[in-house]
Design a protein around this ligand. Structure first.
Ligand SMILES: [Zn+2]
Ligand SMILES: [Zn+2]
Length: 248
């Protein structure tokens, strides 16, 4: 499968990247993981925005889903007419959250373009992907996901603080796309995100074969995050950059 980074800035857009967005392709199927602020623009560099087969959203924070609102306008008023509704898989409440961000009641505009399915921990099939979801540690309901296709596996952490569930979900995966929002100094608030050191530790404990660090906040020094992550994980490790492509 192929992973393309549409956006990797943590919490809010930075000067070099939109917020979270990842395009995962396999056998012609296009799955978009997250569509945070600005990621819709980058998506247009890689495919026609009418040619996405499914969307998966980890949690309801705007930096992971708000561009679904912008996308809904593009789909509703496209000069070639509306395509069939896009399947959107996300936590309970995603449809209402997006509708509230989009328009005042009656809230029905998004229903024309998206068909929502509530995600809960477990395994389902999405096109060619086996999709396994696990609950991770964040101030709101949040999920990590493991995508398996063609004998390869990609695990995405979503937003999480230290999480044994993430370690288990990422066991022996081919690529772990792991959030590392902060460096360890100054000490960040607990229970929200991983530091670089924690991300490296999680990757090592999981036995991940390759790691891409993402969701680094604009105020965080990415090289400091990478350096401390490498203290705990000695395999191949990269910092995500907008536009990066990884063959998994
Ligand atoms: Zn986030
Ligand atoms: Zn979040």
């Amino acid at each position: 499968m192929r992973l393309t980074v549409l956006g990797c800035s943590g919490t809010y857009p930075g000067p070099d990247s939109p917020c979270s967005g990842y395009l995962v392709e396999h056998e012609g199927f296009r799955l978009v993981l997250e569509l945070g602020n600005g990621a819709l623009g980058q998506l247009q560099r890689h495919c026609d925005i009418r040619d996405v087969d499914a969307v998966w959203v980890s949690h309801l924070h705007p930096d992971h889903c708000l561009d679904l609102v912008a996308w809904s306008y593009a789909l509703r008023y496209h000069p070639q007419g509306q395509r069939p509704p896009v399947p959107v898989h996300g936590p309970d409440g995603l449809a209402a959250r997006l509708a509230a961000a989009c328009e005042a009641p009656p809230l029905d505009g998004l229903a024309e373009v998206f068909v929502h399915t509530t995600v809960s921990p477990g395994t389902m099939t999405l096109g060619p992907f086996e999709v396994t979801t696990a609950r991770v540690a964040h101030p709101v309901e949040a999920h990590a996901v493991r995508l398996t296709a063609g004998g390869r596996s990609l695990v995405y952490s979503g937003d999480t603080a230290a999480s044994q569930a993430l370690v288990e979900l990422a066991r022996d995966c081919d690529l772990l796309l792991c959030e590392a929002s902060w460096a360890s100094e100054p000490a960040p608030p607990p229970g929200i995100h991983l530091t670089g050191r924690e991300a490296g530790d999680h990757a090592a404990r999981a036995g991940a074969r390759r790691v891409v660090l993402t969701h680094v906040m604009p105020v965080t020094d990415p090289q400091a995050v990478l350096a401390e992550a490498r203290e705990g994980y000695t395999g191949a490790m990269h910092l995500a950059r907008c536009g990066d492509v990884f063959e998994v």
